[in-house]
Every structure is written in structure tokens, then in C-alpha cells.
Design a protein around this ligand. Structure first.
Ligand SMILES: *Cc1c(COP(=O)(O)O)cnc(C)c1O
Length: 409
């Protein structure tokens, strides 16, 4: 496991970002075909208008509480703390939300926005299926037509999730292009959106894509960090020394980090998927092996070759297995405000097993990458220090894969 060291001097107000064209410094933006510019501007306008309306806020809070199950607990993991023998470890329990991960915060917010815009049909992409399930659940609850795009390879690996989406009334459309995984599913969803934008809203599943998506997705997840900050002040009487989260596109991470960005004494660490090793095709750690480029609407760090062709990626966790990272993370990495490390498949699996056996909590394999770092870091820190790990989702979906890889216990 590795984590970079940088000096931090942040003179920029996080609330002022992105600018009106979606730039976080030199990252982000709207790199899309002309036909998409008008829908994106309309969406941006509708979003700002909704956020200024107190009724929207009341409705959002109502459903977050009554349907999603917020607030989630901030849990002092006493046995894990003892097991590591260092800093006190707290876990933010996003795994206890309805549908099993933080994804519902964003699906819920965007579904309410779509209703307000008069849309009747929702589309989404999904990799492991967590975002697809959150979206399908919201569509069932609110009576939207729902189409989920999913790579055929992912459909095969996540059969149960496919059926779960169908149970909620969603049509799951297999995508057979390329690697048949998440990147291709995003392409198909974009194509559908361009064609049907008059009555269709596209709910993207992470802090990725063209403006205004990274901003909207971030904002709907900011509740994670706002609760966490309040809860740690109540429980420990002070701010934590560090907050850590796994980073796929970066939505759970920016969600918990945002409330701490201005607290210079709180170290923030994002953990990417180190896969088998940091060698092209064997991992998904964009900051460890990537370069600046443009993918699916935004300028950011990307795993690509010298011609700009996207590299194959690998991770034991489908939710971290993507070639680009959210542009806001690229910005805070450049500024030295958020540090990035990675955990390998093996390290994540070990942390997965530890959290199960020491705390009785089965985390998602994505989450286990963040837990691996949290445990390692806790060992380096003293008992009077506090580290918070974001428990982004539960691992029911991964039990079969864990059984296959870990074998007989
Ligand atoms: C989707 C997912 C992730 C990765 O997505 P981010 O946008 O980086 O948060 C992490 N954890 C869980 C449980 C997920 O379902």
C-alpha cells in the first residue's frame, strides 16, 4: 500500500467550484458532442433552480430520512481499533442505507430533480449493479420508466443484481461492445440520452462525466461528510486526524471529504484499486499509473496509452474498475489537499476478512480497499489519534466472489 506525500496550501473556496462551465481548475469541463450541450445547460439550470427552492430541500430531506434511512451511524469500531493497536477507528455506516450503499443518496436526489423537470423516463449505467439497483428502486418508488445499461460481462458476473433490478421493474439492456463492462455501458447510456432527452433523464452513478454531473453527484453525497463532521464532534469532542475512503469515480470519497476540505488539520486520503500490481492492464489506480486526458465528457487523470487509447483495467471490485477518476479529485490532488494511495486486490481481501471476523461487518470489496488503508494507517498513528473510514457499502453482493478467491475458511 502506498500513499503520496504533498504539502497542502489551499487558498480556494470549495463552495466556489466548479465554475459555470464545470471546471475544477484545469480539470472537468464539458467535452461532449454539440447535440449534448443544450441538454447539459438545461440540466444545469434546472439543478441550480431546484437547489434555490426550499421546497426541494424539504422533499429531499424527507425521502433521505424515510426511504433511504439517513442519518447513518458513525460507529466506533472498538475491536478493530484494538486489533490494529493504534489510532481509534470510526466507521461511517453508509452500508446500512437502503439498497446497501451510498449510491442511493445520488439516485434519490437526481430522481427528484427529474420529476421536477417533467421527465417520465430514467436511464442509468451500472458496473457491479449497485447504482443500477439504487436507480431501479427510485424508479419503482416514483413511477418512472427505467432502463439500465450494463456490460454483458458484468451481467454475467452479477446475475443476482440483474434479477433484482428487473424485480423493481427496470429493463436491463446488455451492452456487447468492447470489454463489455462499465465504460461501454456509459457510452450506450449517453447515446440513448442524446436521442431521447426530451422526456428522459440520465442518472450517472459517480462524480464523473461532463458538467453538471460531477457537481450534482458530489452535492447529493455531501450529506455523508456533514453528518460525519457533526457526529465526530459529538462523540469525540474534536475533529478527526484523518478521513479515508475508496475511490472509483470518487462519489463516496468526495461526499465524506467535502465537509472537511477547509479543516487543514484533517488529512484526507483517497484509496484506489491497485489490482494485481501497478502495471498497465493489471490495476485501476489512475493517479499511480495514469496521465491527463479526456474520457466521457471530462478532462482528468486516465489510464491510457501514448496514443490516448484507453488501457484495460483490473480490480477484484467491479465498482473501482474504471479508467478515469472524477475531475474534482484531480484538482485536489494537484493542490495537495487530498492524498491518494492504493490497495491491491490481496490487501483488500485481507481487510474484507478482518472486518468480517473482528467486527461482524461484511463490507463491499470496493469499501475493503479503504478499510485496508484505514487499518494500516491506524497502526502508524497513536492511540490518542482518530481516523474515520467511510464504509461505503455492504458486501452481500461479494460473498460469492470472496468464497471463490479466499476458499475454505
Ligand atoms: C460504486 C461503489 C463505489 C465506487 O464508487 P465511488 O463513486 O468512487 O464512490 C465504492 N463503494 C461502493 C460500496 C460502491 O457501490
Amino acid at each position: 500500500m502506498e500513499s503520496s506525500e504533498q504539502n497542502c496550501e489551499l487558498e480556494i473556496d470549495p463552495e466556489a467550484l466548479p465554475d459555470e462551465r464545470g471546471h475544477f481548475g484545469s480539470y472537468g469541463g464539458m467535452y461532449v458532442p454539440e447535440t449534448l450541450m443544450t441538454p447539459l445547460f438545461e440540466l444545469t439550470e434546472a439543478y441550480h433552480e431546484a437547489r434555490r427552492d426550499p421546497e426541494f430541500e424539504v422533499e429531499l430531506q424527507h425521502h433521505l430520512r424515510e426511504f433511504a434511512g439517513r442519518p447513518t451511524n458513525l460507529y466506533l469500531a472498538e475491536r478493530l481499533t484494538e486489533h490494529c493497536g493504534g489510532a481509534q477507528i470510526y466507521l461511517k455506516r453508509e452500508d446500512l442505507l437502503h439498497t446497501g450503499a451510498h449510491k442511493i443518496n445520488n439516485a434519490l436526489g437526481q430522481a427528484l430533480l427529474a420529476k421536477r423537470m417533467g421527465k417520465t423516463r430514467i436511464i442509468a449505467e451500472t458496473g457491479a449493479g449497485q447504482h443500477g439497483i439504487a436507480t431501479a428502486a427510485m424508479c419503482a418508488k416514483m413511477g418512472f420508466d427505467c432502463v439500465i445499461y450494463m456490460g454483458e460481462e458484468d451481467m454475467r458476473r452479477q446475475e443476482l443484481n440483474v434479477y433484482r433490478m428487473r424485480l423493481c421493474g427496470a429493463e436491463v439492456r446488455g451492452v456487447s461492445a468492447g470489454q463489455k463492462t462499465l465504460k461501454e455501458a456509459v457510452n450506450e447510456a449517453m447515446r440513448d440520452w442524446v436521442t431521447n432527452v426530451r422526456h428522459t433523464h440520465y442518472i450517472i452513478g459517480s462524480a464523473l462525466g461532463a458538467h453538471p454531473f460531477p457537481m450534482m453527484v458530489r452535492d447529493f453525497h455531501r450529506v455523508i461528510g456533514e453528518e460525519t463532521r457533526r457526529q465526530i464532534l459529538e462523540k469525540a469532542g474534536r475533529l478527526p486526524d484523518e478521513v479515508a475512503a475508496c475511490v472509483g469515480g470518487g462519489s463516496n470519497a468526495i461526499g465524506i471529504f467535502f465537509a472537511f476540505l477547509k479543516d487543514a488539520q484533517v488529512r484526507l486520503t483517497g484509496v484506489e484499486a491497485g489490482g494485481r500490481e501497478i502495471k498497465s492492464g493489471h490495476h485501476a489506480a489512475r493517479f499511480a499509473g495514469g496521465r491527463l486526458g479526456v474520457l466521457q465528457g471530462a478532462k482528468t487523470w486516465i489510464l491510457q496509452n501514448e496514443d490516448g487509447q484507453i488501457d484495460l483495467t483490473h480490480s477484484v471490485s467491479a465498482g473501482l474498475d474504471y479508467a478515469a477518476v472524477g475531475p474534482e479529485h484531480a484538482y485536489y490532488k494537484e493542490k495537495g489537499r487530498i492524498h491518494f494511495g492504493y490497495a491491491t486486490d490481496a490487501e483488500a481481501l485481507e481487510a474484507f476478512r478482518d472486518l468480517c471476523s473482528v467486527e461482524g461487518i461484511v463490507p463491499a470489496l470496493e469499501t475493503a480497499h479503504g478499510i485496508a488503508y484505514t487499518m494500516q494507517r491506524a497502526r502508524e498513528l497513536g492511540p490518542d489519534q482518530i481516523i474515520i473510514g467511510n464504509l461505503s457499502g455492504r458486501g452481500d453482493k461479494d460473498v460469492q466472489e470472496a468464497a471463490r478467491v479466499l476458499g475454505d475458511l
